[in-house]
Structure formats: structure tokens, C-alpha cells
Design a protein around this ligand. Structure first.
Ligand code: FE
Length: 345
């Protein structure tokens, strides 16, 4: 989620509190999420179940590296990560285990659950974000960027900014494009986008929004929560940035806007398996869904948990791409080849 330099990631790993007593029930949570509302989320689970959460927070890559190194001796029970590309990769590396839960099946839509047919391991989405186009209101008309395909149109020459194609957010989107268009057409599209670059890819999503607001770029791609964060910021300069740009929810008349997720799974060698399943079920409860979604301006996967969020409401009702989340994860292999050949670096 948060982009931190390597040394900061190391420091961000939180040493957990005092060791558990023999009778005390604990859950070891490895989380790439870190928001203020998460404190309330975890406290609430402990109050309900008596299970104490021992948390280890770090960036997605740092967490995965730690899990790999710990191997069979890992104390991890639950793993929370961000983006289908990363979750899928962790799954095929064998870091998750099968989960049988009628609650999770009932509450989370099927396309947002990802079962590995081979080993039966499964991960679940708990919040969603859309990857949208932002345009400079003064220089690019909404009609010019109705679809992701439009980013390759010759009329946008010198106006397109993106982060590196190697980032999971981009791999997932480009992978989804290849699922819809086929690999050859998706590559042709990627080449067109690269030919339209205003500058070589750099920075994160917020940097893209700021570059669109300043006029350096005409259009860019961002996850919705970065824009929502600027809209709801207490800093006037952030709100001024948000005012200069408009979001377009792409592909409304075709397959819908690309959506990605934050998700979780039970770790392969979870010492507290029952507590882990209970925690995932708790994350799918209305109460937890509100904390999860609001903490990062995302949409809950359980629709009944949707609460008022003025920034999210400003995006309006829109059609989302219902591509199975597992196939988005898997498609990163094709996406990586496409970005390589198209020079989307
Ligand atoms: Fe992010």
C-alpha cells in the first residue's frame, strides 16, 4: 500500500508485545495494511472472541520475503495483502492453505474469491478499489477518454502519464486488458499507450494525479482511494489538486471499470488455524467491512456494509469488470511479457 524505502520497510515491522500464556488464544497476523481504523478493527475482534491479535506489519514484498524465509516454522496464521497480482503469486508459491467456510462463501461474491484448483488453497477479497483514468479538466475532454483503449489514441500523443508497468497495479490492469482483448491486441494497445507518454513512467499514483493537475500530463491512471484521499484531505493544497482533475470510470459501455482488491488467506502452516478462519469470517462481517472500506476509502465486498463516503459517492454508480479475481492475478504473466516488449518501464 504505502510506498516506503527499503530501510523504512525494515523499521515498519512491528515487534509484537509480550509472549502469550499457555491458555491464551492468539492469532498471528501478517498484514500489509496499515490504517488508523485497523486498530479498532482488531480490538473489536479480540473483544468478541477473546483471541488476541499479534500483528506484524510491513510492505507486501517484505511480508512475503519473511514468510518464504520462515518456511514451515512461520508463526503466521493470517496474511493480508494488497492487489490480486501479489495475492495470486503468494498462492502459487504455496503460502496459503484451503479454507472451508460457508460464511465466506455466502458473503463474498464468487468472482472475488480465488481457489487454486490444483492444491485447493484459497484467498478472499475483503475490499475493492477501481483503477480509473484521471484527466485534466481544462485540457482533456471526458469524451476523449471513455475507455482504457482510448489511452492509445493518437490524439493523446504526449499527454499520457503512468507509473511503471512493472508495478502490481499496472500488471493487473494490463493483464485484465489481455484477458479481454487477447494478448496480441493488448500488446498493440500497450505500444500505443507508450507512444503517447508525456514522460517516462515514474512515481506512484498520487504523483500521477499531481502531474495531471499541474498540466504536465493530460491523463493518467490511479486507484480511486488515492484520489479520494486528496478530495478528503485537510490540506487545502491537496483539495486544490483534486479540483483540477476529473475521474473517468472507463469502459462503461463494454466490460466495465477494472477493479482490484485487498485480500487475505490462512497461511500454509498456520499454528492457530481455527482462529485464522474465524478472523477471515469476521473480516466479512458488516461491522468489519465498514472499518476495512472506510479506513482506505474503498468499497466493501459485502454490499450491505456500504456506508456514506462523500468521496466514493462522487464517482457515482458505475459498472465494474466482473473478471474472476484469480484470472486477473494469473494474467500478470502475460502482462509482464507485454510491458517488456512494449517498453512500458
Ligand atoms: Fe496503494
Amino acid at each position: 500500500m504505502k510506498i516506503l524505502p527499503t530501510f523504512a520497510i525494515a523499521l515498519a515491522i512491528i515487534a509484537t508485545t509480550s509472549p502469550a500464556t499457555a491458555e491464551e488464544k492468539v492469532l498471528n497476523l501478517y498484514s500489509a495494511r496499515h490504517y488508523q481504523t485497523d486498530e479498532a478493527l482488531y480490538r473489536n475482534f479480540t473483544q468478541k472472541t477473546g483471541i488476541r491479535i499479534k500483528r506484524l506489519e510491513a510492505g507486501d514484498e517484505a511480508l512475503l520475503e519473511r514468510l518464504r524465509n520462515e518456511g514451515r516454522n512461520s508463526p503466521a496464521d493470517v496474511i493480508l495483502l494488497v492487489d490480486a497480482a501479489r495475492l495470486w503469486k503468494a498462492q502459487i508459491e504455496g503460502l496459503f492453505q484451503p479454507v472451508k467456510s460457508a460464511t465466506l462463501e455466502a458473503r463474498i461474491p464468487e468472482y472475488l474469491r480465488a481457489r487454486d484448483d490444483g492444491k485447493g488453497s484459497e484467498w478472499f477479497s475483503f475490499s475493492t478499489r477501481a483503477r480509473v483514468i484521471v484527466r485534466n479538466k481544462a485540457s482533456v475532454a471526458a469524451s476523449e477518454v471513455m475507455n482504457y483503449e482510448d489511452l492509445a489514441r493518437a490524439s493523446l500523443k504526449g499527454k499520457v502519464c503512468t507509473r511503471s508497468g512493472t508495478h502490481p497495479y499496472m500488471l493487473s490492469l494490463i493483464g485484465a486488458m489481455s484477458e479481454h482483448l487477447g494478448e496480441a491486441k493488448a500488446e498493440e494497445w500497450a505500444r500505443g499507450v507508450v507512444a503517447n507518454f508525456a514522460r517516462s513512467p515514474r512515481g506512484g499514483d498520487t504523483d500521477q494525479i499531481k502531474a495531471v493537475a499541474s498540466g504536465e500530463c493530460g491523463v493518467a491512471l490511479t486507484n480511486t482511494y488515492y484520489l479520494a484521499r486528496l478530495m478528503r484531505s485537510t490540506k487545502p493544497e491537496d483539495r486544490a489538486v483534486a479540483d483540477k482533475v476529473a475521474a473517468v470510470m472507463p469502459n462503461q459501455s463494454s466490460w466495465g471499470t477494472h477493479v482490484n482488491v485487498s485480500g487475505g488467506a490462512v497461511a500454509r502452516n498456520a499454528p492457530n488455524r481455527d482462529a485464522a478462519v474465524r478472523f477471515l469470517e469476521y473480516l466479512a462481517s458488516d461491522e468489519a467491512q465498514v472499518y476495512l472500506a472506510d479506513g482506505n476509502n474503498e468499497w466493501p465486498v459485502v454490499r450491505s456494509a456500504l456506508t456514506a463516503n462523500p468521496a466514493l459517492e462522487s464517482f457515482g454508480e458505475f459498472k465494474t469488470d466482473k473478471l474472476p479475481i484469480a484470472s486477473i492475478g494469473r494474467s500478470q504473466i502475460t502482462a509482464a511479457k507485454i510491458i517488456d516488449r512494449a517498453g512500458w518501464r
